[in-house]
Design a protein around this ligand. Structure first.
Ligand code: AMP
Ligand code: ZN
Length: 467
């Protein structure tokens, strides 16, 4: 394929942008990971699923992709949560980081290529802060370091805000300008995790961490920067200011933001307490259902979380699984035929599947093409036209497309192969029927059933399937 088929909506430009790999042919992606002050909720899993699957899809498109995502394991909320447990905050954050990895591992989508943690990136964060101080874009004030927002002319471009409209969230004692934000925060009383720096003991601000970790993992500049839409301002605005001021290069070509997952009409949020933990959701629903729940909606749509949504996703997975079973049954019945209509439906589905993804990662459209194919399979697989080889090929094609979504495991309960005892009994039964010994044929049907198989007599002869 030519890569200019892939377009993604960028928050920065407000329109779809063609994805262009970097000069070395690689697509570099970074998305903002969680602040680990508790177990992650199902909302935090949305960027994880979106960007992990985006990587899978782009790789299928023949692109080389490097994906990095951070863990913010130093933060005010971590001090507070660790303190409440009477646990040192480094130890607490380590435990929550491991829990994040374990919880997201259960989705079966693999891991990002790099998962930097703030506690392991301190030299890079301090070096970037020093560079900004040297360039005159940041200044020390008592034990803190601040970024001079007014000296970065593009500030506000991503979020569409003007400087005179901004109200500082934290006035800050030592700031020269109320709009400036902290790159380094001097150690405060009671903070049990801190690092030495040229400005004294302390810890980094949240925004500089991502700028430093992204540059460390991916180099200066990337094709796609991701994260939830809640991070556009100030977090991503600040990341751009820091990184572009330091490198003089465009930080990210495309800003790709997922919309919020909601519970009872509000954004799911740890600080609001209206959450369902990812681990609990995965205890209740198989990972395939959770992935189908996310991907049957577009990443730029708000996504309600509810039992009925999950039941719908479960039905989606069952529908796909049933189509595979239908193909298995039909293939087990043998035959050498070829159904051109079925073959054409498969080619069409593959083409439309990727076309949907090429258009701003349209996963709902890609699912729709799978369902169109399932409909044709359900109509045609049991007919006489398609033989076993073709049916098995159709099955492979469906699994291959599902695998783009990390749903290849829907295949995990294929029907058992038909044992030779059963095929022998089936042949005997056919002989009994031919000699009109129907009582014997019924007995043989019962014997076949004991092996867990049913016989269906059709115009094309008997077909056998697992019960
Ligand atoms: P946080 O730990 O809150 O910084 O969030 C980690 C990642 O999850 C960020 O990319 C957030 O934008 C994203 N996120 C947080 N809450 C939600 C939500 N309710 N729906 C979708 N994404 C979210
Ligand atoms: Zn970030």
């Amino acid at each position: 394929m030519t890569t200019d088929q892939v377009s993604i909506y960028s928050t920065a430009s407000g329109r779809r942008e063609t994805l262009r790999p970097g000069p070395d042919g690689t697509v570099r992606i970074y998305f903002c990971g969680p602040t680990v002050y508790s177990r992650v909720h199902i909302g935090n899993a949305r960027p994880y699923v979106v960007f992990m699957v985006l990587k899978r899809y782009l790789e299928r498109r023949g692109l080389r992709v490097i994906l990095a995502s951070n863990l913010t394991d130093v933060n005010d909320k971590i001090y507070v949560a660790a303190g409440a447990e009477g646990c040192p905050s480094r130890e607490f954050a380590e435990r929550m980081s491991e829990a994040y990895v374990a919880d997201t591992d259960r989705l079966g989508l693999g891991r990002p290529d790099a998962e930097p943690r703030v506690t392991e990136s301190m030299p890079q964060i301090i070096a970037l802060t020093e560079r900004l101080v040297e360039k005159g874009l940041a200044y020390q004030s008592e034990g803190d370091v601040y970024f001079r927002v007014r000296d970065f002319s593009r500030y506000g471009d991503l979020s569409g805000r003007r400087l005179d409209e901004l109200t500082p969230s934290d006035p800050g004692e030592g700031k020269h300008d109320p709009l400036d934000f902290a790159l380094w925060k001097g150690r405060k009383k009671g903070e049990d995790a801190w690092w030495e720096s040229p400005w004294g003991p302390g810890r980094p601000g949240w925004h500089i961490e991502c700028s430093a970790m992204a540059a460390d993992a991916l180099g200066d500049g990337m094709q796609i920067h991701g994260g939830g839409i809640d991070l556009v301002f100030p977090h991503h605005e600040n990341e751009i200011a820091q990184s572009e001021a330091a490198s003089g290069m465009t930080f990210a070509e495309i800003w790709m933001h997922n919309e919020m997952l909601e519970l009872s009409g509000d954004k799911m949020s740890k600080s609001e307490g209206n959450i369902a933990l990812l681990a609990d959701v995965l205890d209740r629903w198989p990972s395939e259902v959770v992935i189908a729940y996310f991907l049957t909606s577009h990443y730029r749509s708000r996504l309600p979380f509810s039992d009925s949504r999950m039941e719908h996703a479960e039905a989606v997975v069952e529908r796909l699984r049933n189509a595979l079973r239908t193909l298995d049954r039909a293939a087990a019945a043998g035959g050498r035929g070829y159904d051109p209509e079925l073959a054409a439906a498969v080619v069409d589905a593959r083409q439309r599947f990727f076309a949907a993804l090429d258009d701003d990662f349209g996963t709902p459209g890609a699912f729709a093409t799978l369902f169109d194919l399932v409909r044709v399979v359900n109509q045609r697989a049991a007919g006489a036209a398609a033989g076993a080889d073709q049916l098995r090929e159709v099955r492979r094609e469906i699994i291959d497309l599902l695998d783009v979504f990390g749903l290849g495991s829907i295949d995990s309960d294929p029907l058992p192969a038909v044992p030779s005892e059963v095929t022998d009994l089936l042949a005997e039964r056919e002989a009994a029927r031919a000699s009109r010994d129907f009582a014997r044929a019924d007995d043989l049907r019962a014997s076949i059933a004991e092996y867990g198989f049913d016989v269906m007599d059709t115009a094309e002869g008997p077909r056998i399937h697992a019960r």
